[in-house]
Design a protein around this ligand. Structure first.
Ligand code: FE
Ligand code: FE
Ligand code: ZN
Length: 277
């Protein structure tokens, strides 16, 4: 069965997210661990988690994906910003243990004139300080569109980060379809080729999740503007090939398209119908 969901608001807690997921026929979902712009996180509520766990079991939700705030920049030139990144991720990973065995996705960051090498060393350095052997969460690097000085604009940069992280088995990658297309990987005309490249550079065993977004702008535009499925430059046919591809079809897919719940429900329904059981 297709494992698909979308980004949901975490404002009302975990049980509320499971309820939202049920409304739109999602069997997984993504959520921000705190306000997307950063700030302090709400305290974890064990009762809410317990109710969530019961619901998840009934609804067939086997895994969920957390997303770090956008403001988290592990390779900022500003020490204060790097410190915020460190504290936030450390705290988020502690909270993730309330729902063990899931994934936590983050944007590697923007090096802003320091150069990609400096960026990569800050990012891997932070991960080496934070990751523990005991944690059950897998931390995912998201493939980025290469807007501005974003690190992770190509598979090689992600591989370089992974290579420098000691607890490598705690790390994985989340592929964002809008970002890779924007970044110059032609998943419309050569999906096989792109995935072969991903396998050669990073290894497909590292791929743990897919962000399923159409792209408002064209191939290689480095703009990072998501579009609804079928309303962008990637198009529905390519999306259908993506969810059915043998290397991807068993992964969880997350919509981050400009939608409210009813729009997400439509996209999920469309994709479920297009999935070859
Ligand atoms: Fe993201
Ligand atoms: Fe994304
Ligand atoms: Zn994006």
């Amino acid at each position: 069965m297709l494992e698909i969901g979308c980004h949901l608001s975490s404002a009302k807690g975990y049980e509320a997210m499971a309820k939202d997921a049920e409304k739109i026929c999602a069997n997984t979902f993504q959520f921000f661990t705190r306000n997307p712009r950063g700030g302090t996180a709400k305290e974890m509520n064990p009762r809410d988690i317990e109710k969530f766990r019961e619901r998840a079991k009934k609804q067939g939700i086997n895994r969920i994906l957390a997303h770090a705030p956008y403001t988290l920049n592990a390779c900022s030139a500003d020490e204060k910003v790097r410190e915020f990144a460190y504290n936030t991720m450390k705290d988020d990973l502690a909270r993730m243990e309330f729902t063990p065995g899931n994934c936590y996705n983050f944007h590697p960051g923007s090096h802003v004139n320091q150069g990609v090498e400096t960026g990569i060393s800050y990012i891997s350095g932070m991960l080496n300080e934070i990751l523990t052997r005991e944690q059950t969460t897998t931390v995912l690097l998201e493939t980025m569109a290469g807007k501005g000085s974003e690190v992770g604009r190509n598979f090689e940069e992600l591989r370089e980060i992974l290579d420098r992280v000691q607890l490598s088995d705690k790390m994985g990658v989340c592929l964002d379809t809008c970002h890779v297309y924007d970044g110059g990987y032609d998943i419309v005309n050569d999906l096989d080729g792109v995935l072969t490249q991903f396998d050669r550079v990073i290894g497909l065993s590292r791929l743990k999740a897919v962000h399923l977004n159409d792209s408002m702008f064209g191939f290689g535009s480095h703009k990072d503007r998501h579009a609804r499925i079928g309303e962008g430059k990637i198009g529905s046919e390519a999306m259908i090939r993506i969810i059915n591809h043998p290397a991807l079809r068993d992964l969880p897919f997350y919509l981050e398209t400009p939608n409210e719940l009813p729009g997400y429900a439509e996209e999920i329904d469309f994709l479920r119908k297009a999935y070859q059981e």
